[in-house]
Design a protein around this ligand. Structure first.
Ligand SMILES: *[C@@H]1O[C@H](CO)[C@@H](O)[C@H](O)[C@H]1NC(C)=O
Ligand SMILES: *[C@@H]1O[C@H](CO)[C@@H](O)[C@H](O)[C@H]1NC(C)=O
Ligand SMILES: *[C@@H]1O[C@H](CO)[C@@H](O)[C@H](O)[C@H]1NC(C)=O
Ligand SMILES: *[C@@H]1O[C@H](CO)[C@@H](O)[C@H](O)[C@H]1NC(C)=O
Ligand SMILES: *[C@@H]1O[C@H](CO)[C@@H](O)[C@H](O)[C@H]1NC(C)=O
Length: 377
């Protein structure tokens, strides 16, 4: 459809990885009741966490009052800002490459995660090439890793926890679908009994609301479940939209798209979660391709109208009461008005994020990566 979009998106999405500090793993939390906070229990809303973004912004998004109920970091490492609240906000680790799983520490890393972590994401945009920052994994290689190291975690993680696992999250494009088709073929070639079993499907979408609906339908067809009858719907794997935005449009169009999208996804039984791209401030390079209008924060760290909308009405489905006593939908922003900022903290490094995303720094990182031979294949 718009290959350039997806191509460049991969660049945007890998940026957090380039700055992937090795955070100490959050101590496993014995309180695994991930739904104890009523502000989050009915919410599908998630955070695509930008490592290196402003800490105060992340604290606001992850706060107990926020409807953000889960987050991921494009990596196996949780966010430091969430360390105190691990039971309330589920962390979804992401296996980025076949190297991640080949590493002997892979199992240990997963074991160290809070008990509330039960969903594992695999291979981010494997159909994107490394030259543009995608993970560029051949379907055959991905299938082999998946069967050898990932699928076994479904029945027993190394610490006895069972993981719900997603198929690789391809770009929202025909190229992505083609990759999934070849992945499936390889899976069945390697394991004629089970293929590559998955519990949910991670989805990426950049474009208009109507296009998102169409893409979800396309994936439903692909997985053999047309959502036309309720019995079929029940068989459907859950879809988690881990990246979505309307790129390169103005504030008004973007707000309209989000305003259509959130209630739609909230109302679909087969959608388990979704995360907007992205949690950054206007004027920073992380949104160089998507444009500024997708930013949840303004250039001073206050919520944009879009950010305010994302943090409001995060409860339940179609406007039915869910027992929370919380209004669904059009009842204002529930304390997250535009301009609201995250709480300041000791560990703030304000100003760092902006320069981190500067074009020259980014260029240096890419050159460094190439030089280091990390993209040798
Ligand atoms: C939920 O959010 C409200 C404000 O919107 C806050 O007063 C309440 O403490 C929050 N609940 C929890 C469990 O943090
Ligand atoms: C976590 O809690 C401790 C103790 O209450 C506090 O000192 C620290 O600042 C908190 N960390 C974050 C990231 O909120
Ligand atoms: C995990 O996946 C299975 C289907 O494979 C599903 O029945 C179960 O509800 C899922 N668990 C969660 C917590 O989503
Ligand atoms: C995957 O391949 C198997 C075996 O060829 C086939 O039966 C199945 O329909 C395929 N699934 C998808 C989602 O394409
Ligand atoms: C969002 O949609 C509702 C109707 O579904 C409408 O009342 C409201 O004005 C819209 N808000 C924005 C910001 O577009």
């Amino acid at each position: 459809m718009r290959p350039l979009y997806y191509y460049q998106t991969s660049v945007v999405c890998i940026i957090p990885l380039l700055f992937c500090n090795i955070f100490p793993l959050a101590a496993a939390d014995s309180n695994s009741n991930s739904n104890s906070n009523s502000n989050k229990s009915q919410s599908k809303r998630g955070l695509a966490y930008q490592n290196g973004a402003h800490k105060a912004d992340n604290r606001l998004l992850l706060s107990p009052e926020s409807p953000v109920a889960w987050y991921y970091t494009w990596s196996l490492w949780p966010a430091p800002e969430a360390a105190n609240d691990t039971a309330a906000v589920e962390f979804l680790p992401l296996v980025h490459s076949t190297d991640d799983v080949a590493n002997d520490d892979f199992g240990k890393q997963l074991d160290g995660l809070p008990a509330s972590s039960t969903h594992l994401l695999t291979f981010n945009e494997p159909d994107g090439d490394t030259g543009s920052g995608g993970s560029a994994i051949e379907p055959e290689d991905a299938a082999k890793s998946y069967i050898d190291r990932i699928a076994p975690l479904r029945s027993s993680g190394n610490d006895g926890r069972t993981w719900n696992i997603s198929h690789p999250s391809v770009t929202g494009s025909p190229r992505g679908l083609d990759w999934l088709r070849r992945f499936n073929e390889s899976c069945w070639d390697l394991d004629r009994e089970k293929g590559c079993p998955a519990d949910f499907v991670a989805v990426h979408w950049y474009g208009e609301f109507e296009g998102l609906k169409g893409w979800l339908d396309t994936l439903h067809d692909f997985y053999g479940h047309t959502p036309s009858s309720s019995s079929e719907r029940e068989k459907s794997p859950k879809f988690w939209i881990t990246e979505m935005a309307l790129p390169q449009q103005d504030d008004e169009a973007t707000l309209r798209m989000m305003n259509q999208t959130l209630p739609y996804l909230d109302g679909l039984d087969y959608v388990g979660g979704y995360a907007w791209f992205g949690a950054f401030r206007k004027g920073e390079k992380a949104n160089g391709w998507t444009g500024d209008a997708v930013s949840l924060f303004d250039d001073e760290g206050g919520l944009t109208e879009l950010g305010s909308l994302y943090l409001s009405s995060g409860h339940g489905g179609n406007g039915n009461g869910d027992g929370n006593g919380n209004g669904n939908g059009q009842d204002g922003s529930g304390g997250f008005e535009p301009g609201k900022k995250g709480p300041p903290g000791d560990d703030d490094d304000e100003g760092g994020a902006a320069s981190m995303y500067s074009a020259s720094r980014w260029f240096a990182v890419v050159v460094g990566l190439v030089a280091a031979g990390l993209v040798a294949w």
